[in-house]
Design a protein around this ligand. Structure first.
Ligand code: ZN
Length: 120
């Protein structure tokens, strides 16, 4: 299983079986199926950055279009409220998938902290 599909399915990138989350955005310490250590992966604020960027590209134009629409003010207010709700839901749906995807890519690519090579 590729790390991208495992990440998007919120499954272990090593075996593709075990789930990676124990709650909304909290990783389990290890895979329950194969024992892959999830504590080594640190996605930090990466998922929030990517999700924020995607949501901005998709929904920010409506924040400019709706106020300029030739509609009564109450229609604009309702449309803006719907926009806020949709934006929030889209962010909450994408965030776990982005976090799982970044963790899967870190494990698959053996990404870790930079360090000096051992000197002889
Ligand atoms: Zn596993």
């Amino acid at each position: 299983m590729s790390p991208i599909s495992a990440g998007l399915k919120e499954r272990c990138p090593t075996c593709g079986q075990g789930r990676v989350f124990r709650s909304f955005l909290k990783f389990k310490p290890a895979c329950e199926a194969c024992g892959q250590d999830f504590t080594q992966a640190d996605t930090a604020d990466g998922p929030a950055f990517f999700v924020g960027f995607i949501v901005l590209i998709l929904f920010a134009p409506f924040g400019f279009i709706i106020p300029l629409a030739n509609q009564p003010i109450w229609v604009k207010i309702i449309l803006m409220l719907i926009l806020v709700i949709i934006t929030t839901i889209a962010s909450l749906v994408m965030l776990p998938k982005a976090k799982s995807l970044l963790m899967a890519l870190q494990i698959a690519n053996k990404a870790e902290q930079a360090r000096f090579e051992d000197r002889k």
